[in-house]
Design a protein around this ligand. Structure first.
Ligand code: ASP
Length: 369
């Protein structure tokens, strides 16, 4: 079975190379579409998997002023239709449909967009018409959306979150092949049941582990301790490892009836810090607060005092670490985020607070998810 897929992959690669000599890659620079729209499906081919691309913006849909403009371009400019048109090779491996969920740089992704995206993916995957979903996204907060989906998607069908580091107008833009690879993964039987995947730069990462590690380079997504699940070689996905943490169907979270997520903020630890950052979050309505502690979650006395008072007033505190990798050991009085970085710890606390305020139960989510 596997070897016939590899033969198929090689044939596909040969076909793509042949096509690329006569059909050069080009991006059609359309006006941005900011509303939710649905493209009509091209005539469906019976035996190809159906993959829905849900676009949210980011650099993968970005436009610069020149081919060498890789920093001052505008993210979230191209429509989902343009992204699909730019990679006609995808039609050889899947029947593609596209929807515009948003068209923004990923710092503008809100809880409302997360909920809209999660609900739409669950709707699509519940039907027999969709075999997998690809989400295009800015890379800056991509790991937050990917981990959110990892916790709320209720299906074992593949969901792949993809972005790019160079805008679509750049020389050697990485978006088109990243998008092709994401569709390849979303179409693959082997991708089922692995939790939400993140794919850039020919790598396959787990949403639970992967994080952005570099501000500008193309191989920015890494999991320094856990590594990648696999890679894509010559149009064939190769999986080698799995995430051991619970995800998708195995979590306690159901967003179908949720219209708003609780406010959870993050404060950072540093030398000479004072408790007013914590107090400000509480005063501004934080139901939960992640503290990016130093080292193994260590906190200044001022932060410990502030955090204890915050707990007294009903704000849930979870200690994570600013280090970038490693597990935060259990601490006497505060919950800890296991190995989740602060931004992913925030996603989990928001969802946890939709089902419980019990510290032991919340901690058990961190221990399992
Ligand atoms: N600022 C962009 C964003 O996150 C960066 C990117 O997509 O790579 O939307």
């Amino acid at each position: 079975m596997k070897s016939s897929r590899k033969v198929y992959g090689s044939i596909m690669l040969a076909l793509m190379l042949a096509l690329s000599t006569v059909v050069p890659y080009s991006v059609s620079i359309d006006a941005a579409t900011t509303e939710t729209t649905e493209t009509t499906k091209a005539a469906q081919t019976e035996d190809l998997p159906n993959v829905a691309i849900l676009a949210t913006g980011g650099t993968i849909a970005g436009k610069g002023n020149s081919g060498t403009d890789t920093t001052s371009y505008k993210a979230g400019e191209l429509s989902v239709e343009s992204l699909i048109e730019a990679v006609p090779e995808m039609a050889e491996i899947a029947d593609i449909s596209g929807e515009q969920i948003a068209n923004v740089g990923s710092p503008q992704i809100t809880n409302d967009i997360l909920l809209q995206l999660g609900k739409r993916i669950n709707e699509l995957l519940a039907t027999d018409d969709v075999d997998g979903v690809v989400v295009t996204h800015g890379t800056d907060t991509l790991e937050e959306t990917a981990y959110f989906l990892n916790l709320v998607v209720k299906s074992d069908k593949p969901v792949v979150v993809v972005g790019s580091m160079r805008p679509a107008t750049a020389v050697s833009a990485d978006g088109p092949l990243n998008l092709y690879n994401a569709v390849l993964l979303a179409s693959s039987e082997e991708s089922k049941g692995k939790g939400v995947l993140v794919s850039l730069n020919d790598r396959i990462g787990a949403a639970r582990y992967i994080t952005k590690t570099n501000t500008t380079v193309v191989d920015t997504f890494k999991a320094t301790e856990e590594g990648y699940l696999g890679r894509i070689v010559g149009g064939v996905p190769y999986y080698y490892t799995e995430s051991t943490r619970k995800h998708t169907d195995e979590t306690a979270f159901d967003i179908s009836e949720i219209d708003e997520l609780p406010q959870v903020d993050i404060v950072y630890s540093y030398q000479n810090n004072q408790r007013y950052m914590i107090d400000a979050a509480v005063e501004n309505g934080a139901e939960g607060l992640i503290i990016a502690g130093s080292g193994n979650g260590s906190l200044s006395s001022a932060y410990v005092e502030g955090a204890k008072d915050a707990v007294e007033s009903g704000t849930e505190i979870v200690v994570s670490s600013r280090v970038g990798s490693g597990t935060v050991s259990p601490r006497d009085s505060f919950m800890t985020s296991d190995s989740l970085n602060p931004q992913k710890a925030r996603i989990l606390l928001m969802l946890a607070l939709t089902v419980t305020e019990d510290d032991d139960q919340i901690q058990s989510f961190y221990d399992q998810y």
